[in-house]
Design a protein around this ligand. Structure first.
Ligand SMILES: Nc1ncnc2c1ncn2[C@@H]1O[C@H](COP(=O)(O)OP(=O)(O)O)[C@@H](O)[C@H]1O
Ligand SMILES: [Mg+2]
Length: 280
């Protein structure tokens, strides 16, 4: 067991010596806004340490499903367990990174991260919180800009800071909703690599749910992809992503298996879209 699990009892209600498994279990989950069904019959199990991509077109309910896992919405029916317990609201065990607004704009970058450190370790002295926050910022290449406010940073740097903040929470789950969707291609590639590096470098490995509408991003990052279709949102396919890590973009694009999987997923998405156009 790692140090943070030993010293931090928030996640450790299992009997002594028995580690809680930080997996997600979603069964027959439905969600509706009023009379409008948004998600129907979602069955999904995410293993501890797994990197799962939720891939689907706009409007297929990816963000809604992520918000349910985060505890920001409640299912209309079905089961949603994190670490073996029903999700009943937001918790520090599940860090969330959105495309925007993952940082407090009125705090400096280092204070944003230090605030997350304080959530994970409420009794740490202020100076130690800041020291740890700085270390997290260095880890994502932001050692020099801690004293700035988020608005003074580029979009790419803000998302780096958001990742540092999420990591500082030391939460076993990391929930990300199109976190790199607003970035230019170069910065997106850098941040994708950074995310995988910190995910692979952390023990225990965090359980990640990563929302994207980009097939290539899902194939590059994930261990497994749950493909979502629309109206109502549901899972239409699941694929394991078999490529060895570390994954290099250039090598992947030359890999016939990569193209087969990409085609298969694209076809499933197209078929779902067509079915809706014909039904309309
Ligand atoms: N607050 C809301 N009230 C009613 N409908 C909503 C609300 N938020 C989202 N929706 C609807 O839920 C569906 C799924 O939205 P969302 O989860 O944001 O999809 P995605 O993230 O895949 O684009 C969409 O049809 C959207 O219009
Ligand atoms: Mg969304």
């Amino acid at each position: 067991m790692t140090e943070h699990r030993r010293t931090d009892t928030r996640h450790a209600e299992a009997p002594a010596g028995q580690a809680r498994e930080h997996s997600l279990r979603i069964e027959r989950l439905n969600f509706a806004y009023g009379d409008t069904p948004i998600l129907r019959g979602i069955d999904l199990h995410v293993r501890e340490g797994e990197f799962l991509a939720l891939l689907g077109p706009s409007g297929s309910g990816k963000s809604t499903l992520l918000r349910l896992i985060a505890g920001l919405e409640s299912p209309t029916a079905g089961r949603l367990d994190a670490s073996g317990r029903p999700v009943s609201g937001p918790g520090t065990d599940r860090a969330v990174v959105f495309q925007h607004y993952a940082l407090f704009p009125w705090m400096t970058v280092v204070d944003n991260v230090a605030e997350a450190v304080a959530k994970a370790h409420p009794r740490l002295p202020r100076s130690e919180r800041r020291a740890r926050a700085l270390k997290q910022l260095e880890r994502v290449g932001l050692g020099e800009v801690g004293g700035n406010h988020p608005f003074e940073l580029s979009g790419g740097m803000q998302q780096r800071a958001a990742i540092a903040r999420a990591l500082a929470l030391e939460s076993p789950f990391l929930l990300m909703d199109e976190p790199f969707g607003a970035l230019d291609p170069i910065n997106r590639a850098k941040l994708q690599d950074l995310l995988i590096e910190v995910w692979q470098g952390s023990t225990p490995r965090r359980t990640v749910v990563f929302v994207t509408h980009d097939v290539d991003e899902a194939l590059l990052l994930a261990d497994r992809i749950a493909v979502m279709g629309a109206t109502p949102g549901r899972i239409i396919a699941e694929h394991s992503v078999p490529f060895a890590r570390p994954r290099q973009r250039a090598a992947l694009f030359k890999d016939a298996g990569f193209h087969r999987l990409r085609e298969e997923i694209a076809e499933a998405l197209d078929a779902d879209t067509l079915a809706h156009l014909e039904a309309a």
